[in-house]
Design a protein around this ligand. Structure first.
Ligand SMILES: Nc1ncnc2c1ncn2[C@@H]1O[C@H](COP(=O)(O)OP(=O)(O)O)[C@@H](O)[C@H]1O
Ligand SMILES: [Mg+2]
Length: 235
């Protein structure tokens, strides 16, 4: 059986700078993977390469075994890949509800619609007529995740959910993730916050300077190993 997602020997460059070096990653349907790494490790580059806003210079990205490396981003959304980008990127002049509807525009049919997103994130429901510019960081993050869910993704990519949010808000947002997983969505979460990532993930993959330095089941990898990999202190 094919993996839902496979990233095979991928190099990605930003101009002269090579951000990913022969990176491999696989995700089976229903799995939750945490990709962990320090600032600049290549996490966002990886997610953007999977979502289609960056192209690999070598290697391939596959969905269900089909090469999608040259498939445009909006077609990848239609095939079931949705990204909640770093920094949320909420449309500031649109209301919360309009932001959510934009997310559904290119998407698939499935369990996620305005009603189920509002049930998942009651704090977003309470703000549905408010402009994106006037939301708190937590409200923006919940709206950004809701917007991605509106596409009914098979694979949800979450980039730095907790960045810049108060711990209580981070907890509230992470508390919603099991309901997303329970509906069959495969989740790839990128975090600098080890606690959150290890709490939700089945498997962990640590990046350092664009390469995988540690990977394994979340239950068997020790915090010390992850911390050492994070800072490049192995061997
Ligand atoms: N748009 C860009 N232009 C030039 N360099 C970039 C760009 N985006 C990222 N980089 C560089 O690529 C490397 C990986 O960055 P990134 O993927 O954002 O890492 P992370 O998300 O793990 O912090 C870093 O050295 C970063 O400076
Ligand atoms: Mg990043």
């Amino acid at each position: 059986m094919n993996a839902l997602l496979s990233v095979e020997g991928v190099d990605v460059h930003h101009g002269d700078l090579q951000a990913l070096h022969g990176l491999d990653l696989t995700l089976d349907e229903g799995e939750t993977l945490a990709v962990i790494g320090a600032n600049g490790a290549g996490k966002t580059t990886l997610l953007r390469t999977i979502a289609g806003s960056l192209r690999a210079t070598r290697g391939e990205v596959r969905l269900d075994g089909d090469p999608i490396g040259s498939t445009p981003a909006h077609v990848r959304v239609a095939r079931g890949i949705a990204l909640t980008p770093e920094g949320r990127r909420i449309f500031p002049s649109l209301t919360v509800e309009e932001n959510l509807l934009v997310g559904g525009y290119r998407g698939r049919k499935g369990p996620w619609d305005l009603r189920s997103v509002y049930e998942l994130f009651p704090l977003v429901h309470g703000r549905r007529t408010r402009a994106g510019a006037h939301l708190s960081g937590g409200e923006q993050q919940a709206t950004a995740i809701g917007r991605a869910l509106m596409a009914n993704p098979r694979l949800l990519l979450l980039d730095e959910v907790s960045l810049g949010l108060a711990p209580v808000v981070v907890k509230e947002i992470y508390a919603a993730l099991p309901q997303v997983v329970a509906r069959g969505t495969t989740v790839l979460v990128v975090e600098q916050d080890l606690n959150q990532a290890l709490g939700v993930a089945d498997r962990v993959q640590c990046l350092l300077e664009g390469r995988t330095v540690l990977e394994g089941p979340a239950a068997t990898i020790s915090r010390e190993d992850v911390t050492a990999a994070y800072f490049g202190l192995q061997e």
